[in-house]
Design a protein around this ligand. Structure first.
Ligand code: ADP
Ligand code: MG
Length: 238
């Protein structure tokens, strides 16, 4: 696990300023959830931490190490996408082990790590299937398993449950909470679902138009909103 420090982070797409001068220190092993309306910059922020998007300004540190210009594969982060982004022509086993095969991990060790992650997620019986033969919930487990296999210090989740129905979403929410306890890794999680935020977060960060509106423990965000935006956003049904 590692801390994640965002210092004066900004992002522009041409004339459009999406994130402005954002400061936040996330502790080792902390579960931090970013919430905010669609288009407020949540995905952009995660993509910058992952290294999939350049920052326009500021500094990014993971475990105290400056990673602002570092190759994504060397940051010790793994990201789980809303779309799952599985390779359709590969088995579950190969999907989960793909990053390890790229970095030259020997086949025996790869198999061990894939199966260990599959056991954690209760998908051992599915490893020979291709994604098309899985349910939505199973695909989501594979996408999470693919991140676990890489043994990252920091997990990044971009609305990972938003394609699941309500019952499955509740089940996976509990699964993610257990995973956090078990792995102890730092988790940065993005959602527009207040229930997910309230149940998973050590701290919630409320974003609006690329600016932090409030950071705090879920009960404080809920019970003592700093401003009207936070009160309205957190108080409104999804
Ligand atoms: P969220 O994930 O909170 O819904 P995003 O981070 O996806 O928001 O987007 C924030 C803003 O940045 C939106 O206005 C979006 O249109 C814009 N944006 C995101 N990616 C790009 C891009 N590659 N080029 C131009 N604008 C972008
Ligand atoms: Mg998004």
């Amino acid at each position: 696990m590692a801390s994640v420090e965002l210092q004066g982070i900004g992002k522009r797409f041409g004339e459009l300023s999406v994130i402005a001068d954002l400061d936040l220190k996330i502790d080792e092993g902390e579960f931090v959830v970013f919430v905010g309306p669609s288009g407020c910059g949540k995905s952009t922020l995660l993509r910058m931490i992952a290294g999939l998007e350049d920052v326009s300004g500021g500094h990014l540190r993971i475990g105290g190490r400056e990673v602002t210009d570092l190759d994504p594969a060397k940051r010790g982060v793994a990201m789980v996408f809303q779309s799952y982004a599985l390779y359709p022509h590969m088995s579950v086993r190969d999907n989960m082990g793909f990053a390890l095969s790229i970095d030259g991990t020997p086949a025996g060790e790869r198999e061990e790590r894939v199966m260990a992650a599959a056991r954690i997620l209760k998908i051992e019986h599915l490893v020979d299937r291709r994604p098309v033969h899985l349910s939505g919930g199973q695909r989501q487990r594979v996408a999470i398993g693919r991140a676990i296999v890489r043994d990252p210090e920091v997990f990044l989740f971009d609305e990972p449950l938003s394609n699941l129905d309500a019952a499955l979403r509740g089940e996976m929410r509990m699964e993610l909470a257990r995973l956090h306890q078990r792995l102890g890794a730092t988790m940065i999680y993005v959602t527009h679902d207040q229930v997910e935020a309230m149940t998973l977060a050590d701290r919630i960060v409320v974003l609006d138009r690329g600016r932090i509106q409030q950071v705090g423990h879920p009960m404080d965000i809920y019970g003592r909103p700093d401003n009207l935006f936070v009160a309205t956003f957190i108080g409104s049904p999804k």
